[in-house]
Each structure stands twice: as C-alpha cells, then as structure tokens.
Design a binder for this molecule. Structure first.
Ligand code: ITT
Length: 205
C-alpha cells in the first residue's frame, strides 16, 4: 500500500472490514480467526512506525495507532503485547520483543534457573483508531500461566515468540503445543480482540 493518505471519498471501506497494523504474521493469523467469529474481515497492514518507549502497553499501542491513522487515514487496529514474569518483577513486560530477539526463550529460562515461582502473565492492549479528533478505543486482555522449565517446539503446530515456554493456567499444554483455535481459547490477544469485536459490532461507526 502506498504511504500517502488514501482519499476516503473514493475509497469506501465495508463496515465489516478492518486493517490490523502489524509486522507479525502470527499475531495477524490469530486475530483473523478471532474476528471472523464476529463476522469481521481483517487485512494486514505492514507499516513502519516508531514505537514509543514506555512501560505501559496501552500508551505504546495508542501512540502507534494515532501515528498510523495520521499516515494512512484508515480506521486501524493496533496491538501491543508483553510477558510479565512475577519472580523477575514483571520483566520483560513491554520489552518482550527486544528480549526475545536478544536472549530468546533459552535466555529467559536461564534467568529463572533457580527460581521456583514460575508465574507469568501475558497482556495485550488493543487500540482502535478511526479519527485523530476523538480518543482511540482501548481494550485489554490477559492470561495467567507459568514459565516452563524448558522450551518445547512443535514444528507442525502454530506458535511464536514465548509460546514454547508459556503454559496457560489449568492446561497441560504449552501455547506452542496448541492449534491457533486452542490458543485463541485462552490467549490475552483473543480476549482483548473479542472485547473489541463485541463493542465494534454494537457501536454506530
Ligand atoms: P508488531 O509490533 O509489529 O505488532 P511484535 O512481534 O513486535 O509485532 P509486540 O511488540 O506486541 O509484537 O510483542 C512483543 C513480543 O512479545 C513478540 O515479538 C513476541 O516475542 C512476544 N509475544 C507477544 N504475544 C505473544 C504470544 O501470543 N505468544 C508468544 N509470544 C508473544
């Protein structure tokens, strides 16, 4: 898609069609399935924007959504997520992407080598922005669970990021051992997206 603002008079979006701005195809695939439960279609918008530095997922997602809206003039969904490990005082939290790229799952497991408390929470902040004149709408979701003692990768099954070390509470499987449909039953992202979709379908756009 061109980087210039689209002329909204000549480009009418179906009210059931949305753009989800992300570079992460796994996030997009999960979102597509959840939103389809609500009869909403979604397109992936791979755009460059500078994420602000903040400890707050909502602030990060809000600022990205506004910036992308200003660039493209399209109603847009943005998600920012993070993994908060209790025994590490919430590390890596909103810095999850950087920590995953640098030390990865094995690095995180080594940091927790002698730690018995394995509790962790995945959090998701979803922001929908359709104007720079009104505040973007915000929805959140979280899933509690534990960090495994070792990484489990299953080639045939969906999974990315910290999925091979995160086990949602009350489940014997790690996220990496689940299908997308199973993961969407528990995940922080699916919870936040369902809140959004219910609001979206009820509200007058
Ligand atoms: P965009 O910002 O382009 O949407 P991203 O991958 O950078 O994609 P986030 O900043 O929201 O997305 O996520 C931070 C990281 O947290 C992400 O790269 C993963 O490593 C991890 N993460 C987030 N959600 C996850 C999930 O459902 N399963 C496993 N890891 C996840």
């Amino acid at each position: 898609m061109k980087k210039e603002k689209l002329n909204q008079n000549s480009f009418k979006l179906d009210r059931k069609f949305l753009f989800f701005a992300t570079h992460n195809i796994h996030k997009f695939n999960e979102a597509q399935i959840v939103l389809s439960e609500f009869n909403l279609s979604v397109g992936m918008l791979r755009v460059k924007n500078a994420e602000i530095q903040s400890d707050n997922l909502k602030e990060i997602a809000q600022s990205s959504a506004l910036e992308i809206f200003k660039q493209y003039g399209l109603p847009i969904l943005v998600e920012d997520s993070g993994l908060f490990v209790e025994a590490l005082n919430g590390f890596p939290g909103p810095y999850a992407a950087y920590v995953y790229k640098t030390i990865g799952n094995r690095g995180l497991i080594s940091l927790m080598e002698k730690i018995g408390n394995r509790k962790a929470v995945f959090k998701s902040a979803i922001v929908y922005c359709k104007s720079d004149k009104i505040n973007p709408k915000f929805f959140e979701g979280e899933v509690t669970g534990t960090i495994a003692l070792k990484e489990v990768r299953k080639q045939s099954v969906h999974g990315f990021g910290f999925d091979p070390i995160f086990r949602p509470k009350g489940n014997s499987k790690l996220f990496s051992e689940m299908t997308i449909a199973e993961k969407n039953f528990y995940s922080h992202r699916a919870i936040a997206l369902r809140k959004f979709a219910r609001w979206f379908n009820q509200s007058k756009k």
